[in-house]
Design a protein around this ligand. Structure first.
Ligand SMILES: Cc1cc2nc3c(=O)[nH]c(=O)nc-3n(C[C@H](O)[C@H](O)[C@H](O)COP(=O)(O)OP(=O)(O)OC[C@H]3O[C@@H](n4cnc5c(N)ncnc54)[C@H](O)[C@@H]3O)c2cc1C
Length: 476
């Protein structure tokens, strides 16, 4: 990975009192042991999972226990003009949590309490370091459901999910993180600790600042508490599986499901490279001869669910599935969805993976899948595909051999061409992973100069000293 340094870090230019004295001052703001400065220990906090995104060397990693400590750290950073990089689980795929030189990394791992689950108001109040799966499990214990379910749910945090507006498998029917955020507590770039949003089911007083914070990737504030909306637990889902001879055929089936007006609770695509990688790793015994499979889930209760499952099956058949069926075996269905979740780590075992994340209109899914294949061939790069296909959210995964630099350059070129193609299809450069570092050029291509200036104006208003996650999303 190349080096990244976004802010001047010499004491003379920034007012930083010198590395050692800075670290001593920081240590006075936090409980003993919660300021990490050892280079080996800091390394694992210095980057996320976004292959090839550059990162720098932090001044320190801090692990605050509460909002007051976060605020104290941010105020110290303002005083000394030191960059602040918030960090959740570090599972991001765009370099958003990557260190810049001389930054203080604020890791939220110690702020991991679920403060309240209210079954009557149907909301939960959590600290930002709560792992997504932990919240979902705690809600399930009382008959409630927190829907946003990124495939990283066992490792990613609610704070990180909010900062990236994470999507997931059930979002095709139930929406993404922003649809569940009611209120936030935030430390802004002026060092204020503020509450935005509200805990009522409705509310329109003032600008929707909570919504503005969602997806802001740590550039507008550090989220220190989150109130999320919950839903009642839902009935068991039915699963429909389809095997396809071509990726485009699978894409046609996705478009057909949308045309028929069926809304599945999941519609995921995996290609043969993913199935093989998972099989080789976990020995799940999955059939990996077909070019692609589609996994659909339907959660309407009773006869309505049966009718939806039949409709999806008929869409798969009419789009040319070589084999499709309702899965009657819950274990088999779970194994297929487990393969979906394991696809990314399984492919990572083959070599560096450059993860794309584009979203196109549903009707353009077949065309985009076709173009991804062509782009892979033109650049001589292996591209595996997983997708939240029902949303048009495609994740081509560009895989190269470790140490093969020419192949890595070709992969980066292919990555850029895919982004251009997504825009040409009326799509967006990132469906759910965020801009971070890897999609800055893509964002610049997607938005007009006037809209870019609106972004900068908002950033200046909330981060007037330019210390919050500098260099990410959009240049200041
Ligand atoms: C195997 C795998 C599967 C994945 N599947 C999905 C998926 O299905 N859907 C999806 O959307 N993403 C997915 N991702 C990407 C990633 O998990 C999400 O972006 C996730 O929301 C990041 O959460 P995190 O806690 O790891 O945050 P991090 O990676 O630590 O940080 C992400 C961003 O949020 C900022 N941030 C973190 N915490 C805070 C805070 N408290 N306040 C302000 N800013 C903060 C960081 O500065 C950074 O910009 C996947 C990643 C992996 C590795």
């Amino acid at each position: 990975m190349e080096h990244v340094a976004q802010l001047p870090t010499s004491g003379a230019e920034t007012g930083i009192p010198g590395t050692e004295s800075s670290r001593i001052e920081l240590a006075e703001l936090l409980p003993a042991g919660e300021v990490i400065t050892n280079p080996e220990s800091m390394e694992r906090y210095s980057h996320d999972e976004g292959e090839w995104a550059p990162y720098g060397t932090p001044l320190a990693v801090v692990r605050p226990a509460d909002s007051a400590q976060v605020q104290a750290v941010v105020r110290w950073c303002i005083e000394h003009r030191v960059p602040v990089v918030p960090r959740g689980g570090g599972t991001g795929l765009s370099g958003g949590a990557n260190a810049v030189d001389g930054a203080v990394i604020v890791s939220f791992e110690k702020m991991n309490a679920i403060r309240r689950i209210d079954p009557v108001e149907r909301l939960a109040v959590v600290e930002p370091g709560v792992i997504n799966d932990h919240l979902r499990a705690a809600c399930a214990d009382v008959g409630l459901w927190y829907p946003p379910d990124p495939a990283s749910a066992p490792w990613s945090t609610i704070g990180g999910n909010v900062a990236t507006n994470a999507g997931g498998v059930c979002c095709v029917k139930y929406g993404v993180t922003k649809d569940y955020v009611l209120a936030l507590e935030v430390v802004t770039g002026t060092g204020e600790l503020v509450r935005v949003g509200r805990q009522t089911a409705k509310g329109v007083a003032g600008y929707d600042l909570a919504a503005l914070m969602v997806g802001s990737e740590g550039t507008l504030g550090l989220v220190t508490e989150i109130t999320v909306r919950l839903r009642p637990a839902r009935p068991a889902e039915l699963t429909v599986v389809g095997f396809f001879e071509t990726l485009v055929g699978a894409g046609e089936a996705v478009a057909e499901v949308a045309r028929r007006g069926v809304v599945p609770s999941a519609l995921e695509l995996l290609d043969k490279h993913c199935l093989k990688a998972v099989n080789d790793w976990k020995n799940l015994g999955l059939e990996a001869e077909s070019e692609a499979i589609l996994l659909a889930r339907l959660d309407a209760p009773g006869a309505a669910g049966d009718a939806e499952a039949d409709a999806v099956l008929s869409c798969f058949e009419s789009a040319g599935a070589t084999w499709s069926a309702r899965s009657e075996d819950a274990d088999e269905a779970d194994a297929l969805f487990a393969a979906r979740r394991l696809a990314y780590p399984a492919l990572e075992r083959l070599g560096p993976v450059l993860t794309e994340d584009i979203c196109v209109p549903i009707t353009m899914v077949p065309h985009m899948l076709q173009r991804i294949q062509e782009i892979g061939e033109q650049h001589d790069v292996l591209i595996a595909n997983i997708a939240h296909a029902g949303d048009g959210n495609l994740h081509p995964l560009l895989i190269t051999d470790p140490g093969d630099e020419p192949a890595q350059i070709r992969a980066q070129e292919a990555f850029a061409v895919i982004v251009t193609e997504a825009l040409a299809c009326g799509g967006t450069v990132t469906g759910e992973h965020g801009v971070g570092l890897l999609k800055r050029d893509g964002l610049a291509a997607e938005i007009s100069p006037a809209v870019a200036e609106l972004h900068r104006a908002l950033r200046r208003a909330l981060d007037p000293y330019g210390i919050l996650n500098p260099g990410k999303v959009i240049a200041g």
